[in-house]
Design a protein around this ligand. Sequence first.
Ligand SMILES: [Zn+2]
Length: 280
Amino acid sequence: MICLFLSACATNAEETASETKEEAKEEANQEEHQKEEEQQEQEKESEQEQKEKQTDENDKQSSEDEKQEAEELYEVNANDSSLQALKDGVDEQKVLITIDDAPDTYSVEMAEYLAEADVPAIFFVNGHFLKDDEGKENLKKIHDMGFEIGNHTMTHSDVTELSKEELENEILGLNELVKDIIGEEPTFFRAPFGMNSEESKALLEEQDMVWMNWTYGYDWESEYQNAEALADIMVQTELLRSGANLLMHDREWTNQALPDIIEGFREKEYGFINPDNIKQ
Ligand SMILES: [Zn+2]
């Protein structure tokens, strides 16, 4: 609307200029004309900006669509929690990186490293890390970097010990809390200690959530609670194979070992599974 109005003004100014013969007036009109032209110029620029903005928004929209429509290439094997290729040609060597007990102290730093290294991952979060502003901010940062956020229960409790009401608070309560912070609920669930019950499995199924344990991890064992030993075993273990579901935690030594672990996998020509490609 502003555009049209200014164009109309410009036309009027031209008409006025042609009707006027006196020099002084003409000069004044020329000045005015120049101003009009400048305005039109600015207008064009802002139109251009608008168009660019629109294009950016379209891009954003289409990348969101892409995420929703990400191809299902893997599914979680319910027996051993490995990732199984659903189609021929996708079973090239790849592993899934998961970080549990997030976002405690090191998760943001770990996410920053992984983002920089272009490695996708799932961060399984607990509600007790999301109660204060700092925890919420950290969750947002991790999510904004593009990582999948999984549910690891509200208080890291053993779900096999819970009443129905407690179970709902631990799983559904955390889903709501996460949604309040990042705008979407987790799809993946990992039970603390890898222990699900028939009740927890039924609840997860009812919620269209996918649970997974892991195929291997070492950072909770005392002999691997240093970066060097951990980086070595994570890559050299005989358990390493395509589709391995790797468990790591928000811990100091794991944070320190992470770059060597990722580089170690790359040296062995392993890639990384994008959680967007896991069947939900
Ligand atoms: Zn845990």
